[in-house]
Design a protein around this ligand. Structure first.
Ligand code: MLT
Ligand code: ZN
Length: 462
């Protein structure tokens, strides 16, 4: 914990309602959705201006205090965890949306803008913010950028990085940088904006962003397909993608879906059961798009790649079908799942899943293993549920042992050990699965340039 003198200085810097030291706030703001850590920050501060962010960073440098950035804290790798007396800097009071430019199709958001608020703003102005995921109602733009959030539409629209046209950041030294200024073209050397995207709060604070917006999609069709063989999923991907403009191509296992069904909010999509399901979404750009989708469905059924399916007939039905996939994460949270979030190049998915399936069945015969994810991006979420009888630490240790096998396979396939959830605390010790020794040394050197005193989110990522 920081000394009382330092707390008094924070109180002098911020008005009373913008410094929190009560137990509830410390517990809430010291933790993200990773449920493995014990939160223990010293204080939480709520700046309202860039100058206030600069002031707290300069103070932290003077006093050698560690700072942890805090957005919606929906991360799954412990990137926003404060457990060693750090001061948490929350962006809850920086929520302005401004400078909408309908011609450039950009808008400026302060770091604390909720993802869904931006999506709504875009829709009200006839446009679309396409980065989307289940935590849209609480995740914040600053956190999305700091973690380069992915989600359910990456196959069509890419990750958050694609949508960042400009950034204002406060570096770990307390300098304010305005990066790229919303420009579509700016070929003037190193693009520092992209260093901050995905930097997990280790280089500085993102205080606002100019984001690109897209045209609103046409009416969307959602299909759920029952697929007996995991390795056939990519055949379906290829077949549907050839004929349709896919906005999403997701998969989940029957075992995973059962956790969603058990909550009683949505029903099984059809009678037929299979070990796996695909959810795909497409844009109805032509009058005959639905017929095309059904023709592909028939052709795939003839091949035996799918055994049942449904195509949404209303917006409500499309939403309900999406819930089968989107609600998985929340419905398994009570089981404190050990999360693997891995990716390989999409063309290598079939060979990879075959090998991975063999490893998981061999190494986890007694654990419930759930498969789901963004398979059209080559991104698999593999969640292992903690058996009630097992202590959390023993469970984690068991899972980490299996990581050796899983990550060596990821390495063999040239994949990523964290496709979209980031590294944070949880995956820090595995960074070398995906990044070379030379790269990690350069990453450390870059951090030292932006944050020479190491006040920014220490212990995360590197
Ligand atoms: C998802 O795809 O559902 C999210 O990444 C969350 C999760 O993996 O649990
Ligand atoms: Zn995901």
């Amino acid at each position: 914990m920081i000394a009382p003198r330092l707390l008094a200085e924070l109180h002098a810097m911020f008005s009373a309602d913008r410094v929190a030291t009560d137990a509830d706030s410390l517990a809430r703001y010291g933790l993200d959705w990773t449920r493995y850590y014990q939160p223990a920050p010293s204080a939480v501060v709520f700046p309202q201006t860039v100058d206030e962010v600069v002031a707290v960073v300069q103070w932290a440098n003077r006093e050698q205090v560690a700072l942890v950035p805090s957005g919606g804290r929906t991360g799954l790798s412990g990137g926003a965890v404060a457990r060693q007396g750090e001061v948490v800097v929350s962006f809850d009071r920086m929520k302005a949306i401004s400078d909408f430019d309908p011609v450039a199709r950009t808008v400026r958001c302060q770091a604390g803008v909720i993802t869904e608020a931006l999506q709504q703003f875009a829709a009200e102005n006839g446009l679309y913010y396409p980065v989307d995921f289940a935590s849209r109602g609480s995740s914040q733009i600053g956190g999305n950028i700091a973690t380069n959030a992915g989600g359910i539409k990456v196959v069509r629209y890419g990750m958050t990085r694609e949508w960042v046209a400009g950034l204002t950041v406060v570096t770990g030294k307390g300098e304010v940088l305005r990066l790229n200024n919303g420009l579509a073209k700016n070929n003037t050397g190193y693009d520092l904006r992209h260093l901050f995207v995905g930097s997990e709060g280790t280089l500085g604070f993102i205080v606002d962003a100019t984001l690109k917006l897209a045209r609103q999609p046409a009416e969307l069709g959602v299909m759920v397909l029952a697929v007996p063989q995991l390795t056939d999923i990519m055949k379906l991907f290829h077949a549907f993608r050839e004929r349709l403009d896919l906005n999403a191509f997701e998969f989940f296992s029957e075992k995973a879906m059962r956790h969603v069904l058990a909550r009683g909010h949505v029903k099984r999509p059809f009678e037929g059961e299979a070990d796996y399901y695909v959810l795909l979404e497409f844009e109805k750009l032509a009058a005959d798009t639905e017929e095309v989708a059904l023709a592909v469905f028939e052709a795939c059924a003839e091949q035996g790649w799918l055994v049942d399916g449904v195509l949404s007939q209303s917006e409500q039905q499309a939403k309900d079908l999406w819930r089968l996939r989107e609600d998985i994460s929340e419905s398994i949270t009570p089981y404190k799942p050990y999360k693997n979030d891995i990716a390989v190049t999409v063309s290598r998915v079939p060979a990879f899943v075959e090998r991975l399936d063999a490893i998981l069945s061999r190494e986890y015969p007694d654990f419930e293993v759930l498969w789901y994810g963004h398979i059209g991006d080559g991104n698999l979420h593999i969640n292992i549920l903690k058996p009630d009888a097992l202590e959390l630490d023993d469970f984690r240790r068991a899972c980490e042992q299996v990581n050796e096998h899983v990550f060596s396979l990821v390495g063999e396939f040239g994949g990523s050990m964290s496709a979209e959830h980031g590294v944070g605390l949880l995956k820090r010790d595995y960074l070398d699965v995906t990044r070379s020794v030379e790269e990690i040394a350069l990453m450390r050197a870059i951090k030292a340039v932006f944050d020479p005193n190491g006040v920014m989110n220490p212990g995360k990522l590197l």
